[in-house]
Design a protein around this ligand. Structure first.
Ligand SMILES: C[S@@+](CC[C@H](N)C(=O)[O-])C[C@H]1O[C@@H](n2cnc3c(N)ncnc32)[C@H](O)[C@@H]1O
Length: 289
């Protein structure tokens, strides 16, 4: 961006849009509008409405800094420090995976498959990361008690911060550890959810750089066949579920049959496979009968 005669909001957004487009970013205008709004403290609607408003030198300089970060392929959600999920503003940074829209299918499945259960249920969200799944579920089921576990202490720290900011700190207990390991003896749940790392190890290096270079690899790498964590979750789930309890897991687009077989082998029944917004299989759920 050269020294301007006068930069209006519209002109700055157009300039950044063209810059991002030339770099092959998938949503250049949206990125430019969000980043400019962040730089000057306006929401996206006002960035459009106030297009003619001139930018002062400090606003331009803040916008320039954000453009530089985006040019390194840093995801916009990390730059903004926030991503919307299930209608909630989730704080995100490099400690956690950025919540994806398709993970809303996991929350929808959990809600649907537990709608006839006790008002006072107990749910466990494994691999919780930012806490987005547990937080979204808790907002819909006020009387349930939730436990959220992640192996990354950094992620759990951020999950707790999200729960506090959203007024859910007393509803969700956050624990650090390897899957079920931090739970107490004899604990049982009416629902277990998880969005585990499920990308086969050999594919992680081929991911686009915004994901590969910025998001935590422990959130992505599912081992040689992508199912290393998924398999362990399913094998132990029957010991942790109440009779009639539900296990719901997010999966990779081609893992549906294998995950269904694993659930059957573990003794779960009434298995269902749900598709995401792009029509890929995304969630498998089953019931301990
Ligand atoms: C795909 S991310 C999901 C984060 C969040 N639930 C979401 O849907 O956006 C997977 C998460 O699993 C955690 N994780 C990986 N291995 C784990 C394990 N063995 N036990 C507990 N958490 C684990 C990672 O730290 C990461 O936060």
């Amino acid at each position: 961006m050269s020294r301007p005669a006068l930069w209006s909001i519209r002109r700055a957004v157009s300039w950044a849009t063209e810059d991002f487009r030339a770099r092959g970013f998938p949503s250049p205008r949206l990125d430019a509008e969000l980043l400019l709004g962040h730089a000057i403290g306006l929401d996206r609607v006002h960035v459009v409405i106030e297009g003619e408003r001139p930018l002062d030198a400090s606003e331009l300089s803040r916008f320039r800094e954000l453009i530089q970060r985006r040019r390194t392929a840093e995801p916009v959600a990390y730059i903004l420090g926030q991503r919307e999920f299930f209608g909630l503003a989730i704080t995100v940074d490099r400690r956690v995976l950025i919540p994806r829209p398709d993970t809303e299918i996991l929350v929808q499945t959990a809600l649907k498959r537990t709608e006839r259960r006790d008002a006072f249920g107990r749910a466990l969200d494994l691999c919780t990361g930012s806490g987005c799944v547990a937080l979204a579920f808790a907002c819909q089921r006020h009387s349930w008690q939730l436990t959220a576990i992640d192996i990354s202490a950094d992620a759990v720290e951020l999950g707790r911060e999200n729960a506090e900011r959203l007024g859910l700190a007393s509803t969700i207990r956050f624990l650090v550890g390897d899957l079920y390991e931090p739970l107490g003896q004899g604990e049982r749940f009416d629902l277990i959810t998880a969005n585990p790392p499920y990308i086969p190890a050999f594919e992680v290096d081929r991911l686009e750089s915004g994901i590969r270079d910025f998001e935590p690899s422990i959130a992505l790498d599912g081992g040689p066949d992508g199912l290393r964590v998924t398999r362990r979750i399913i094998e132990s789930a029957p010991k942790l579920l109440e009779p009639g309890g539900v296990l719901a897991l997010e999966i990779g687009y081609d893992q549906g049959s294998r995950v269904e077989q694993l659930m059957q082998a573990a003794g779960l029944g009434r298995i269902e496979r749900a598709r995401d917004y792009g029509k890929h299989e995304r969630v498998v759920s089953g019931v301990l009968e």
